[in-house]
Write a protein that binds this ligand. Sequence first.
Ligand code: ADP
Ligand code: MG
Length: 310
Amino acid sequence: MKKTIVLALGGNALGDGLAEQMVAVKITARAIVDLVEQGHKVVLTHGNGPQVGMINRAFEAAAKTEAHTPMLPMSVCVALSQGYIGYDLQNALREELHLRGLATPVATIITQVEVDKNDPAFLSPTKPIGSFFTHEEARVMMANGHQMMEDAGRGWRRVVASPKPVDIIEKETVKAMLTAGQLVITVGGGGIPVIREGNHLRGANAVIDKDWASAKLAEMINADMLIILTAVEKVAINYGKPGEQWLDNLSVSDAERFIQQGHFAKGSMLPKVEAAVEFAASRPGRKTLITVLEKAKEGIEGKTGTVISQ
Ligand code: ADP
Ligand code: MG
């Protein structure tokens, strides 16, 4: 059966660094075009951890020595990372589509994601970003309005909040491209976080989890399936411990219980299972699959991966 699929790419689909990413996207493109070839409608999302870190560090380093180089707001760093990653992905996808005689147009949408200015995450920013500073430098930055935190004895770093996505501003554009049979890359790095102020959308000093943003997108475009591609073929309980058990199927209620029992690591598997539950619970029939890139096709056929459903 042909499905509308939101496909969220994890860090290993892109690799680390410019050269690695150029190679990784070629492999990634093959797996994605396999699904397009089968007639599925695919919307692509992706993470940006290493890339947004690189952009942030580069501007920070330049700002230290060149008075004219600005410190970039996090929202602008995310926007730059969307453009850079989107470019590599759309380039590799276009080539792979052409190789297989498919004329599907592919493009990246620079995507803004609304967050709530009252999200409790803003009160306790926890995500360290970019390079390390001395206490003296940190004091100056804090005076300039940056939030800074001492990071495990290694020095001071900027910290940003990780609020929940509320709305995807460019969702109608995503839907229009999907309806037109085009391949869309959107909510890169979780989307550019923005706060609504009347007609104005103000960039927020935050990073949104890409798994959460992908679940929100999948709901909003009425996808049949959310597929989260990562470094493990299946989700486990007692991961890396005695009694480790790899899961084929996971109900929403069991997943919620396992979350409570602390089976999923914060910052890695937890946001994926939370996003999986959010989408699967939003309407009967909606399923989330968590697996590795190379097994996406088999996963859709029900042969592997972990499927979360009601
Ligand atoms: P991505 O870049 O795809 O977001 P992450 O490293 O953030 O990847 O998350 C995937 C990782 O989560 C896996 O490589 C695995 O080491 C880890 N992990 C933590 N808890 C679990 C679990 N319960 N089951 C499977 N993997 C888990
Ligand atoms: Mg992750």
